[in-house]
Ligand binder design. Sequence first.
Ligand code: 5U1
Length: 671
Amino acid sequence: MIADELRARAACLREDIEQHNYRYYVLDDPLISDPEFDRLFRELQSLEAEHPELLTADSPTQRVGGAPAAEFSQATHRQPMLSLNNAFEDAEVEAFDRRIREALEIDAVEYAVEPKFDGLAISLVYERGLLTRGATRGDGYTGEDVTGNLRTVRSIPLHLPEGAPEVLEVRGEVLMLREDFEQLNRNQQAIDGKLFANPRNAAAGSLRQLDSRITAGRKLTFYAYGLGYAEGLAGFGSHSQVIDYFKKNRFLVAPECTVVKGLAGLLDYYRTIGTARKGLPYDIDGVVYKVNSLTAQQQLGFVSRAPRFAVAHKFPAEEATSTVLGIDVQVGRTGALTPVARLQPVFVGGVNVTNATLHNEDEVRRKDVHVGDTVIVRRAGDVIPEVVRVSVPGPRRAEDRFEMPVRCPVCESQVVRSEGEAIARCSGGLYCSAQRKQALLHFASRRAMDIEGLGERLVDQLVDLDLVRTPADLYALAEEKLAALDRMAEKSAANITAAISKSKNTTLARLIYSLGIRNVGESTARDLAAHFGNLDALMQAGIDDLQQVSDVGPVVAESLAQFFSEPHNREVISGLLAAGVHYETAAPRPVANGAAAGRIFVLTGTLPGLTRDDAKARIEAAGGRVTGSVSKKTDFVVAGAEAGSKLEKALELGITVLDEQGLLALLDKND
Ligand code: 5U1
């Protein structure tokens, strides 16, 4: 066949295979048998192997995964991925509906209703119809770029049909169907591999694989439920029209999505789905109600980072019965002492529970929990399991009664419970090693300074051996010291030192959050960073200045002022800055501005319409980098006619190969 015919055949095969994928994975209505499908797939594979210039980023052959990545890069969402407010009781749903009716001044509201998946929220960006980025939700503003992994998910279209808008961001959930989860665990068992506690953990573990070939071997499914950033998209009148548009564009949408009228419609839907829940192919933890009219959604807007036009009506958390073996006291980051019931292990809410919180001393008394009692334990989603109530009292000997210790069980400092407060606290501050450990773990956590590998076991040793007292000490840790610790070796020590060093480059919001200031969570840290722009200004701000920041009231302002007035805290901050910790104030350049941004390209062969210099200039203008040789770090190889060994190497390493068209499609948004 001559070149044009081969190109046409490859295009035809790509389209056919994707159509069959769609019939199989989305419609559950295959048109051809598995062997017939395999034949088409193999024909495309061998065509691409013989003529690598025919390989495109959206070829279904790319769904098998590529070379392992060293790490995921960050992906900034052009429109934040918000979370939903929750409702647990009918009365809360009633209040939601009332607020909407009053705000819109109408008698009955039309709602789009759908199941609330227990999976992972995902954003998919299509540029001119080509899937260019898939990212996790992360903190709602910045997630992880997991495009390579998401390409392996068969129900995610790699490109959209003709007439796609300039940019389309589709949001939804990646999950593992129950039957795929059970099959995965059977396979894992057969190879003595790790078993997953529930489909959600299995989906999360599969999506966060640096080696997309592993993800490809796990059966994940994507359900679309919302629109994110879009350019050149025809206006929709309602959410249900958006859902229809997704279906037309080959996305999988929950068949339970529908439209109902008024409060009665909502509550009816909740009960219907609640009854059907056990028989659904996926885990859900509630249902979602959205005002159907998009104009009304806009009018209603948002309140403190959640849409006012939508709510998640959650199912009651799962409960189980267990026995209290003991009541321990845990010391938290701020010194709070929490009584925790040690339990006979029990499987609840998808995990094995061995500890459940009793919150505080008053709660222990109110629930009248003693060692030896049989209790009801509850676990909902990612929330810490809790003891709900006693179901059968135990023998209740004198020693079975819980007493809050008068001295901290870790550092023996005095325990103080201020008047009117429910929480008893260790007064040891950072003298208390438990508080120091928690502060370090918080500092290193993913949403804070994101120091991979600095987990509980290592922090315990670092603090117990007095190698680290404050977060600033982490930056002075010698690799040999780390390597000498229990369960550490040269390689792991080098990885940790590298992760610590990498964390020096951060954002102001993360740095503020990492300090662990009481009452300052992630979103407050972000607001403070945006308002003050630098740490000095924040540290010098008075109570009134602080309260100028949105959502900062007297309590948060007081916590901040108190934290920064403490010489010890100022010292830690100076230590961090002196160690080279520095921050970017502005949010990083949005990746959506360029699928090529930050990516490494290698050019090989002659492109039909671009000189090598042109191609290089365009890639660089889009924020990409062109290097001379192919390695594991290469993101794309752009291959033209008579491409040589670089192409072979790319195929060997599983790197995405683009032809000129593919490159231009990728770069187009940056022109
Ligand atoms: N099913 C569904 N889940 N979920 C989550 N729909 C849905 N919509 C969401 C979220 C966070 O957000 C939009 C209402 C903005």
